[in-house]
Design a protein around this ligand. Structure first.
Ligand code: SIN
Length: 459
């Protein structure tokens, strides 16, 4: 195995930097360090852990320029969005710096006069995290901040495409006074072998993963060998329902935000847009105008809205979805073609119908497919007709319809007239093939806590 590996800039195809390439020996050593450091970190007061997290947050905010540039260079996110991600990522650290002090236990009444029953939350233990390239900072802090606040030690393996942001976060952690063994980054071009070293180690007590359903299932099966706790944030295939009574301008604006954020590469991006017949043509034409106005280009340019896709594999999938839809009768109202390098035209497809791949799989690219519908029940059935259940969106001015439809949608997150519901204080996560567990808010820290029941019999 090569001692270093290269990180490529998807906008230019050039090497950004080489990073040390961890193998199985380094993975085992990192796991051992995390296990040995756990008792001391667990036993520090919540106030101590909170103070370190707070300093980490402040350092991240102060480092926005550098972190954002690294992110854009390594995975192509438009720089304005990368700056937004630094704030989003840091906000998880701030939230859990506060939440560390609010891990409460309970007392339970006993039927025996001499007994006292206590329920005490305990950190689950050392955690192994596997994080994706699409949010190189936020997907780490959304996991690390609650874990560290709870008293767990944490080793993260970032995606091969985006280790630089992760390594910078590790430097900032140490600058904040965080012990080196408590938060470690292990960058590698051999993810399967490195992960196995963590799965084989019984002292690693939890796996947390964000990525595809396919990989999540494999990792969860390996984690089961040593009965680790598991949280999985997996694939999405988000439906976006626009009803006849929707505020058209707001729906168009928010579908653009949802669909084209991060060049369409988020798990919660609108992937299928169902538009009711009475508003369909007006919506299609406004959306086409808005998408035509998006600026595609150098992600380092603050005026760029849509950058390159992360790699050739991602680009091929987007092209395949568009080709398949067009070959089966869909029409590109704008875009529809691959550009040089890893760029793809922001695209709106009309006349999209069941049987097209784009309605069955997550696209992870800047393609907005429109499907016409007549009745509410038809749209809800189509929206739910997927193995995935991460995020769904609906647009209406009718409060009763908003309640009825949001209750009927089989998803972990529903945006009602809101295309970007993610926020640190709310629970993020899916049902069905989209995963297990929640990240964010008071629920996010529970994923890193076990309950210890202490029964005390008085003399
Ligand atoms: C993701 O794509 O998994 C994260 C998106 C978000 O936090 O909004």
């Amino acid at each position: 195995m090569s001692p270093t590996f290269d990180v490529q800039n998807p906008a230019t195809g050039q090497r950004v930097q080489s990073v040390p390439n961890a193998g199985v020996a380094e993975a085992r050593a990192a796991a051992r360090r995390a296990i040995e450091a756990f008792p001391a970190w667990r036993d520090r007061t919540a106030y101590d852990r909170s103070a370190i997290l707070r300093r980490w947050f402040t350092l991240m905010i102060g480092d926005e320029d550098r972190l954002a540039r690294l992110m854009t260079e390594e995975m192509g996110k438009p720089i304005t969005e990368s700056r937004g991600e630094v704030k989003y990522a840091a906000a998880f650290v701030e939230w859990y710096a506060e939440e560390a002090k609010r891990v409460y236990g309970e007392t339970v009444p006993s039927q025996f006069a001499h007994k006292r029953l206590l329920v005490r939350p305990q950190p689950v233990g050392p955690v192994y995290a596997v994080t994706p390239w699409n949010f190189p900072a936020a997907m780490i802090t959304r996991k690390a901040a609650p874990a560290l606040a709870a008293g767990c030690t944490f080793v993260v393996k970032p995606a091969e495409q985006s280790p630089l942001t992760a390594l910078r976060l590790e430097e900032l952690w140490r600058e904040a006074g965080g012990p080196a063994e408590v938060f470690q980054v292990i960058a590698t071009s051999e993810p399967a072998a490195v992960s196995t070293a963590f799965f084989d180690e019984p002292g690693i007590r939890k796996l947390t993963f964000t990525g595809s359903t396919e990989v999540g299932v494999l990792l969860a099966a390996q984690a089961a060998k040593t009965v680790k706790r598991v949280s999985l944030e997996l694939g999405g295939h988000a439906p976006f329902l626009v009803f006849d009574d929707a505020d058209l301008d707001a729906a168009v604006r928010e579908v653009v935000l949802s669909k084209f954020r991060n060049t369409g590469q988020t798990c919660v991006c609108a992937n299928r847009i169902y538009v009711q017949a009475g508003i369909h043509d007006a919506f299609a034409s406004r959306l086409t105008e808005a998408v035509r106005a998006l600026r595609v280009g150098d992600p380092m340019d603050p005026a760029t809205n849509v950058g390159p896709l992360v790699d050739r594999q991602g680009h091929d999938k987007v092209s395949a979805h568009v080709d398949d839809a067009v070959s089966k009768g869909a029409r590109a109202l704008v875009g529809g073609a691959a550009r040089d390098g890893l760029y793809f035209d922001p695209t709106v497809l009309a006349d999209v119908r069941p049987g097209m791949r784009i309605l069955e799989e997550e696209t992870f690219g800047p393609i907005a497919p429109l499907v016409r519908f007549e009745r509410d029940a038809e749209a809800v059935a189509a929206a739910n007709g997927t193995p995935f259940g991460l995020a769904a969106y609906l647009w209406t001015r009718d409060l009763s319809r908003a309640f009825r439809v949001s209750e009927a949608l089989d998803f972990g997150i529903v945006g009602v007239n809101d295309g970007v519901p993610s926020t640190p204080q709310a629970p993020f996560g899916g049902v069905k093939a989209s995963g297990l567990g929640r990240e964010g808010g008071k629920w996010g820290i529970e994923e890193y806590l076990d309950l210890k029941y202490v029964s005390i019999a008085l003399g």
